[in-house]
Design a binder for this molecule. Structure first.
Ligand code: SF4
Length: 395
């Protein structure tokens, strides 16, 4: 395992980032300053998942090794695994493709986990399983199984189509498969559900809204299955929003049940790594900054929430890699509201005669080498070479 970890480190570590971190998370050269968040990048769950995937490739060098979807939501990391000969099975065709595997094949389960039915199918094919599911995700599963056992419907704050939430939803059915779940994403969703809890309403409209998005269990009946609810969340949600959702649902149950919260349970399942990265960004935003770069995969949930936090305060650009900083006048970045990549201009970055302070952070699925590339690119655009950056950092 030590050899594997060393190999992973050579792919993803960055002496430059480590040095800046050790020196107070700040690097100033001329009129350009970069400030890093206190916490960003790979979390323990992601590191473990990648280590295990590398180890699987090495240990089963003579076998076909498959991966369910993506190991984590970062295109660079997934590309690296593909180059090593690990074959990703696209999310939409898991059942179909797994059904073709044999006992000679190896299947890697990603850090998000996988649905119970899929795990049973893999087991029935006799495949060898390398399960990299993060312990924090498994804690959520334990919680929702407990809800089902106690007769509570799980209300899961998350994105119904996200791998982790799909895996959690399947556990919310309970060990006997008779449990129920409802996935809510927005505050509008929670208000809709709260109204139904308080006053009942149009059952068909309710089912249309949630079943169309595969956001409720088969046979879900809002007249029956909102009587007793337990709240959990995808581990990577925005803390403040999750707390608000918990508060509104509790109030709705109390309003319906004459002040009693007996039919309500809650457990905050946001993981420590997500929380640390959100807290690290809040801390960074207390410093004077001109713009913020958030680096990571566009489909990464925890990275997306960092962008939401930044956007409330200053010009924020969600970039996949350093290449998105195309030149001084063109930044290619993902617009969360339009849900598409676009190109924007930052007068502050382009004006090389004026000082600029750029904040940089990244979600739990972003390796340090991509942060290093971004730092070097920022300085290069401002006329500072890589060698000068390394010298200034003391490397
Ligand atoms: S973001 Fe949290 S739940 Fe996901 S892998 Fe990292 S530690 Fe685990």
């Amino acid at each position: 395992m030590a050899r594997v970890q060393a190999e992973v480190e050579t792919h993803y570590r960055s002496p430059l980032v480590e040095t800046i971190r050790a020196n107070g998370n700040i690097l100033n050269i001329g009129n350009t300053t970069v400030r890093l968040a206190k916490e960003f990048g790979f979390c323990y769950g992601v590191e473990r998942a990648i280590d295990l995937a590398y180890a699987a490739r090495r240990v089963f060098s003579d076998k076909r090794v498959f991966l369910l979807g993506e190991i984590i939501h970062n295109p660079e990391v997934n590309r690296q695994l593909t180059e090593m000969g690990i074959v990703s099975i696209p999310v939409g065709s898991h059942e179909e493709e797994v059904a073709k595997l044999t006992s000679e094949d190896v299947v890697i389960v990603p850090a998000f986990g996988a649905e119970t039915n899929l795990m049973k199918l893999i087991s029935s094919r006799g495949c060898m399983v390398v399960d990299t599911t993060c312990g924090d995700v498994m804690s959520v599963w334990k919680r929702v199984r407990g809800y089902a056992k106690g007769g509570f419907t799980s209300i899961i704050h998350g994105k119904a189509s996200h791998e982790e939430t799909r895996a959690t939803s399947s556990r919310a059915m309970g060990d006997d498969g008779n449990g129920h779940y409802l996935v809510i994403l927005t505050l509008a969703d929670v208000d809709f559900v709260c109204d139904y809890i308080r006053k009942g309403g149009d059952r068909e409209a309710f089912l249309k809204r949630f079943s169309a998005a595969s956001a409720c269990s088969a046979g879900f009946d809002p007249d029956l299955h909102l009587q007793r609810i337990g709240v959990a969340n995808q581990t990577t949600m925005l803390k403040s929003e999750t707390e608000e959702i918990q508060r509104r649902l509790k109030k709705a149950i109390e309003d319906r049940d004459h002040g009693s919260a007996e039919n309500f349970q809650v457990f905050d399942t946001i993981c420590g790594a997500t929380q640390d990265r959100q807290d690290g960004l809040f801390h960074l935003l207390k410093q004077p900054l001109d713009m913020l770069l958030v680096v990571g995969g566009y489909n990464s949930s925890n990275t997306t929430h960092l962008v939401e936090i930044g956007e409330q305060q200053l010009p924020t650009f969600f970039i996949r890699t350093a290449d998105c900083l195309q030149n001084l006048e063109q930044i290619v970045h993902f617009d969360l509201h339009l849900k598409t990549e676009k190109t924007s201009y930052s007068g502050k970055l382009a004006d090389t005669s004026s000082p600029i302070v750029i904040g940089i952070t990244a979600g739990a699925s972003c390796p340090n080498n991509l942060i290093e590339d971004t730092i070097l690119r920022v300085f290069a655009l401002r006329g500072v070479s890589s060698d000068e950056v390394r010298r200034a950092a003391g490397i």
